[in-house]
Design a protein. Sequence first.
Length: 274
Amino acid sequence: MNRGLILRIAAAVAILVSGIVHLDLYFNQDYRFASSDVNFGRSILLNAISSGIIAVALVARREWFVKAAGIALPLSTIILFAYTHAEHSFLGFAHGGPVFEPSPQAQIALIAEIAAIVLLAVSLVPGIESADASPLPLPAVGIALAVAAVALIVPTVRWQPDSDAESAPPASTATTETTSAGDTTTPTSASAGSAVAIAGFKFNTADLTVSSGTTVTWTNQDSTEHSVAADDDSFASDDLAKGATFQHTFGTPGVFSYECGIHNRMKGTITVTG
């Protein structure tokens, strides 16, 4: 097995790793809901599918244009990652908070994509490219296709986290609290019935009923920023980084609908009884 073929196989593995990470983001981390534009979620899925196709093509073929495609996919992914993590919008999504979030997915994908670009760039060096091996026999290509298919299917099996751990707010977080009259009050500990976790790009208790005078606490458990904004402008939070909380005391009975000010498909309702 010559150097050219080894480089192509190594690059194919790296690209496949990046594709697996994107499938995990789509199915398990709920990034398909990260934007109100459904095309953002579709772009993540398309990236994963393209990764599998290019990985198999790199194993099967040695032509320069296959290698060029293998460079173009991770390079464009890195560019879009940098663009959205600089808070620029792509298909309605702009990442806020720490650069390398979600972790460790962001780091794994970035390392794999850089490795693929470097490996394929080296494989294009004239001396290595000219001595690259002939295309692999069909049985070897079939094995590569099967491995890629299995690797891409595994992340679609969704892991269900413990619901109690999901809904429990962190022991110590920075909070912002207002009353329904807009006056700042002393922060209080939220009871289990008045806590709303923000996870998986949704409010885990979308419809909550509380009694008048209750302080509701929202806790962002996602790796990207969210906010809480009432439809009637009676309360609104700043952008909440991962682990941050927002509190609001409801002093007047009524039905208060709200949404995430960043991702407006995320909606919830607080019903306040007398």
